[in-house]
Design a protein around this ligand. Structure first.
Ligand code: SAH
Ligand code: SF4
Length: 375
């Protein structure tokens, strides 16, 4: 039996190669890419400008399918979270955050995460597996459809519900490099989503050799999860620091900036009460990043059950931000969005740990789907 390929994970070269195997010219691959990603079409028969015999081949050998949706929550602030089933009791999450001037989709790259940061609920659930490229792109494909992006009237008005994509969901993107790279290429492709490099951000806990590879292969905006100003504390918070200490991480950031689409690195810094939020920590940070053009994004810690950690008080966060700003570093504090639906950073897929419940829910959704089809 020939393997059925999920076209959502093929970048331009991959799709062109498949199409060549099927005896098709390269422009067919581009047409197909536009149907899939720009029109959100999954039914080959609806792709009216493809020859009938090619559609038949596609029907036999290929498919276009995002991971099935297990749950779809909308927060009071408009944040929307989808829980997607990636099999074997694993679910991943994608979160859409609407703002006045943009719409950001936050996507996942792994089911679970092996880095195991002390303050992260994803890390606490352990590592299940890497997502395939089609599962990463499938999150954007699905969200676009759910938000009406394929609608010709909306497209004619030039409206795009999703203007930015951040790889800040579950998982460490640079520990799933090949699939992340394929997904990035699809996000940037003009025949697919056509996003500019500045509007796509990869967030990493600091996988130094892969920061260099990303710089060479596909430099997009880079966010680095710093969280501590010295190795002793960062070793505790982000265990990967024991392998790639701060001096190496800072050097990798400087090398990245030689090719980056933006002229700064965004440092993310989770604010943990009494752990990393003192004036002394702020001073140390300023010394650490002296040679790295950067902005800071302070993230108030989002609690989850049994974390044993607390969010820094608001006035402490303000004071910390002010110290960085006074030294000339643009500093923002992330507004917590979607807290009422557990969609905030580091809270993702807390539910996955309860696999039985997930399986029950998946079965329930499948039964509801069958019932709807039968009607
Ligand atoms: N693995 C990558 C990307 C996913 S995590 C990384 O670590 O960068 C995205 C961001 O959410 C990271 O900056 C991470 O440190 C932060 N985060 C994780 N858990 C959090 C929590 N409980 N509260 C606030 N931010 C958290
Ligand atoms: Fe993994 Fe990022 Fe969570 Fe750390 S913060 S455990 S790297 S997902």
């Amino acid at each position: 039996m020939t393997e059925i390929v999920n076209l959502l994970g093929l970048d331009a070269d991959g799709l062109a190669r498949r199409c060549a195997d099927w005896g098709q010219k390269p422009f067919r691959a581009r047409q197909l890419m536009r149907w899939i990603h720009q029109r959100g079409e999954h039914d080959f028969d609806a792709m009216s400008d493809l020859a009938r015999d090619f559609r038949e081949v596609l029907g036999r050998c290929a498919r276009v399918a995002a991971p099935p949706v297990v749950a779809d929550h909308v927060s009071a602030d408009g944040t929307r979270k989808w829980l997607l089933d990636v099999g074997a009791g694993n679910a991943i999450e994608a979160v859409f955050i609407p703002e006045v001037d943009r719409g950001t989709l936050c996507i996942s790259t792994q089911a679970g995460c092996a880095v195991n940061c002390l303050f992260c609920s994803t890390g606490k659930q352990g590592f299940s597996r890497n997502l395939e490229a089609h599962e990463i792109v499938g999150q954007l494909w699905h969200a676009n459809r759910a938000l009406g992006a394929g609608d010709p009237a909306q497209r004619a008005r030039g409206e795009r519900p999703i203007s930015n994509v951040v790889f800040m969901g579950m998982g460490e993107p640079l520990q799933n490099y090949a699939a992340t790279l394929a997904a990035l290429r699809i996000l940037l492709d003009d025949n697919a989503y056509g996003l500019s490099r500045r509007r796509v951000t990869v967030s990493t806990s600091g996988v130094v050799p892969m920061i260099d590879r990303l710089r060479d292969d596909c430099p997009v905006a880079l966010a680095v999860s710093l969280h501590a100003p010295d190795d002793a504390l960062r070793d505790q918070l982000v265990p990967l620091n024991r392998k790639y200490p701060l001096s190496e991480l800072m050097a990798a950031c400087r090398r990245y900036l030689e090719r980056a689409p933006r002229d700064f690195i965004t440092f993310e810094y989770v604010m943990l009460d009494g752990v990393n939020d003192s004036d002394r920590h702020a001073e140390q940070l300023l010394a650490l990043v002296r040679d790295v053009p950067c902005k800071f994004n302070l993230i108030p810690f989002n609690a989850f059950p049994n974390s044993g950690l607390r969010r820094s008080p608001a006035d402490r966060i303000r004071r910390f931000a002010q110290r960085l700003a006074d030294a000339g570093i643009v500093t923002t504090t992330r507004r917590t969005r979607g807290g009422d639906i557990d969609a905030a950073c580091g809270q993702l897929a807390g539910e996955v740990r309860d696999r039985t419940r997930l399986e029950e829910r998946t079965a329930r959704v499948a039964r509801a789907g069958e019932a709807a089809e039968a009607r």
